[in-house]
Design a binder for this molecule. Sequence first.
Ligand code: IPD
Ligand code: CA
Length: 266
Amino acid sequence: MEVIDILREVSKKIYENVKDLSGTEEAAGDFGIGAGGDISRNIDIIAEKTVLDYLKEINFECTVLGEECGRVELSDNPKGFLIMDAIDGSANSVRGVPFFCSSLAFATDYKLSSITDGVITNLSTGDMYWASKENGAFFNNSKMHVHEKDPIYKIVGINTSGATPDLMKKLFPIFEQHNHTRHFGANALEMAMFAKGLMDVFIDLRKKIRIQDIAAGYLIVKEAGGIILDENFNSLDADLSYETRVSFVAASNKKILDEIFHDVKL
Ligand code: IPD
Ligand code: CA
């Protein structure tokens, strides 16, 4: 089985196991602080267990880097790293806001740029966004691409959750100049929707996002023809450690990026 097929198959299993849980008391159970530093909720644990059980069942030789479970060695001879955010948008999922997903990626080395496969599944609908390196990006069974035409108005996805007053001040020209800013609360799913052309940029400059939240989206954005840069507008790359936090801007193209950041001084 190809790696991408494994990720797609296990994503479907997560969807089956959690799709009726969102907003329920069962989803909310508190399991203390996970490896990523947030409280692990029951729905997170159920989703992660689904992945770990399946990988063990098919004897997939890898090192799992899970947001809640931490590093799990599934072999003495791992082929690479499976970067798992089994539920991205946990707060939404627990409250019943229908915007949360799973994000799974596979990397051959300990860095973002070595990711070869990524799958993001909308756990409210079952829709799947996925990509393998140099093979393009897909929404379910159709090829997908970032928005290419010059938009009449731009949809600017921007993660403002817990942003500092200083950052909000720096970003103010964006809010002032664009009437269609959006923030939905599940970073991976927002990256996937950006990659499908639903937004013109997706920005997260808080320096808070973890590797698990961006790994699959990083490849999917690139394979959909988008660019993904760090806060200095250089190509984004980072190691896969639990301490790593990044900022990024994803854009359909350089022209749109320049238009959005025209009056912004970071
Ligand atoms: C969170 C979501 C959210 C972002 C947070 C992340 P989680 O992931 O992606 O959109 O603002 O920084 O922690 O905790 O739900 O997996
Ligand atoms: Ca999570």
